[in-house]
Design a protein around this ligand. Structure first.
Ligand SMILES: [Ca+2]
Ligand SMILES: [Ca+2]
Ligand SMILES: [Ca+2]
Length: 133
């Protein structure tokens, strides 16, 4: 029974890493005709993206450029951070991070200066590290 639990936690951790690392690869996969932008029909393959298409397409040219996607990603990360930062001091304490299981789990690794708080920069660095793995 114990081994089984261990197996599942390893599985959970590795899939978490894979999901973050494949965010960029997924983007490339969506671009089926390889023109470097995501059209509305290409975005249809990913319902969540299709849903937000108009919001992401800030210059309203009907396609999503890498920059638009990156900006949307950043905005989402910002919003997530703001939501978690319940006392709005601009950093996430260990108890604030509890609301995000993944964050709570990797708290010590993300908190690179070990001051007991995750700053925006620390979180950004953690995201970038994942993307390049
Ligand atoms: Ca656009
Ligand atoms: Ca806070
Ligand atoms: Ca810190």
């Amino acid at each position: 029974m114990k081994m089984r639990n261990l197996f599942y936690s390893i599985l959970m951790i590795s899939s978490t890493i894979v999901i973050s690392a494949s965010a960029f690869a997924q983007q490339a996969k969506l671009d089926t005709n390889g023109d470097g932008v995501i059209s509305r029909s290409e975005a249809a393959a990913k319902p969540k993206l299709a849903e937000r298409f108009d919001k992401i397409d800030t210059n309203k040219d009907g396609v999503l450029s890498q920059d638009e996607l990156k900006a949307a990603h950043k905005k989402r990360a910002e919003m997530k951070f703001a939501k978690l930062d319940t006392d709005q001091d601009g950093r996430l304490s260990r108890s604030e991070a509890q609301a995000a299981p993944r964050l709570a789990k990797h708290f010590d690794r993300i908190d690179t200066n070990h001051d007991g708080y995750i700053s925006r920069d620390e979180l950004k660095a953690a995201h970038q590290q994942h993307a390049h793995q």
